[in-house]
Ligand binder design. Structure first.
Ligand SMILES: [Zn+2]
Length: 418
């Protein structure tokens, strides 16, 4: 887990010389145009090959490289789209100015008073106050005091107003303070629900949270059919965007709730199943197969990991083998369990909700990876199920839920695409 975490912060600019930002965007387009032509002529997006080509430009050297790379990205994404859309066309030179990408320090720099300086070209600079949400401004402050770092930024113009989209990066990998004192949170993601169970190293099952979103399954199913049709046919794009937006929103909320749940415990370690561990030669249970093919398994897992890491929570990915078949009391593997809602051990008689049982096993596996062994479990408290309808959570807010419902108003933060 050494890859960078990137968050996009959107700020409104109040530039002293807006016309220079227009020039920057225009110059950026002209440079991009030339690179598009070079790529077409050379038949490659290879950086070295492109560097051998002459380009007339009026940008800082650093920004010219950004325009070159943006042209390379445009061509690469064209080839991606081409895979399922025969009518996609190769990028062509355009007249209108475009979003300009800038490197930190050479292209733009934040100053102590939270204003920004944008370099258009040698000697020509734009100074600007910025405004943004409290949350976004905090990210800028944290980047200024070194907690995070500044990545590239983009100068965007929308309805006559200028914006700066700043990529804030974090390279911090959360660490575990004390494995013996940690709380292990096992996360079990299913098509219709997600279950989180917190266990301490003394073998106490502290709490289980189950978010049931099975009413959404149908909507999601529809969404995927729409997406499939889209690949054959480019119609209905608006409906698709709306659905995608709703799905993303939903995934953001769910992952935020899970991370907030984890934060209630002492030094939490999130344990999730890792898709990379899934091996072809193993025949997984029906439950496992169903999950692997469900719409949200990978996406929710990815978002939870991402949000947890931003919040300094250690995430451990574990091998999913037997997580839904194992008895946490006697260790027996129940291959013949009927696929009802209950888990039942035929050796010791232990019974539990099927998905809580899986989340417990996931947490225990995480604990075993750290400590080498697992304690015998002391208790299995009952748990609260929170139902999620298309409109949001529907259970009456209780102690468990109050914290969650206030999250639904939060705006989704930027996540890596794909
Ligand atoms: Zn058992």
């Amino acid at each position: 887990m050494t890859d960078k975490l990137v968050r996009t912060v959107c700020l409104k600019l109040h530039p002293d010389k807006p016309h220079l930002l227009d020039e920057l965007r225009k110059n950026f387009r002209e440079t991009w145009n030339q690179y598009i032509n070079h790529i077409k002529e050379l038949g490659t997006t290879n950086r070295q090959r492109l560097e051998e080509k002459k380009v007339e430009h009026n940008l800082l050297e650093n920004t010219r490289q950004c325009a070159r790379d943006k042209a390379r990205e445009s061509v690469k994404s064209f080839f991606e789209i081409k895979k399922f859309d025969d009518e996609a066309t190769f990028p062509s030179p355009k007249d209108e100015p475009m979003t300009a990408k800038l490197n930190y320090r050479d292209g733009y720099v934040f100053r102590g008073d939270l204003s920004v300086r944008i370099s258009v070209r040698a000697g020509d600079r734009v100074y600007s106050e910025v405004s943004g949400s409290q949350k976004d401004m905090r990210y800028i402050e944290k980047a200024l005091n070194g907690e995070y770092s500044f990545g590239t930024a983009e100068v965007v113009k929308k309805s006559g107003e200028y914006y700066l989209h700043v990529h804030i990066e974090s390279e911090d990998t959360p660490t575990v303070q004390d494995q013996e004192e940690s709380t292990y949170i096992g996360i079990d993601i299913n098509e219709g629900n997600i279950v989180a169970t917190a266990i301490n190293t003394g073998g106490e099952v502290l709490r289980t949270l189950m978010l049931d979103y099975s009413p959404l399954k149908k909507i999601k199913h529809k969404h995927f059919i729409i997406r499939k049709r889209l690949r054959d046919n480019d119609k209905n794009l608006k409906g698709f965007d709306k659905e995608r937006h709703r799905t993303n929103n939903f995934v953001h909320k769910i992952s935020r709730i899970i991370v907030e749940f984890a934060k209630e415990f002492n030094d939490p370690i999130l344990c999730l199943e890792d898709l990379a561990h899934i091996r072809k030669e193993i025949r997984y249970s029906k439950k496992m197969n169903r999950r692997l093919h469900s719409w949200n398994f990978a996406k929710l897992g990815k978002y939870i990991k991402y949000k947890a890491r931003w919040d300094g929570i250690f995430v451990q990915e574990i091998d999913p083998e037997h997580t839904s078949q194992m008895c946490p009391v006697c260790g027996d593997i129940e291959k013949k369990n009927k696929n009802g809602r209950r888990f039942e051990c035929h050796r010791c008689g232990h019974q539990d909700h099927r998905d809580r049982n899986a989340s417990l096993n996931i947490g225990l596996k995480g604990m075993k990876n750290f400590l080498g062994n697992v304690p015998s479990l002391k208790n299995f408290p009952s748990f609260r199920k929170v139902r999620w309808m298309a409109s949001g959570l529907v259970n009456r807010p209780t102690e468990d839920i109050i914290q969650m419902s206030c999250l639904s108003s939060g705006s989704p933060s930027a996540l890596p695409s794909g």
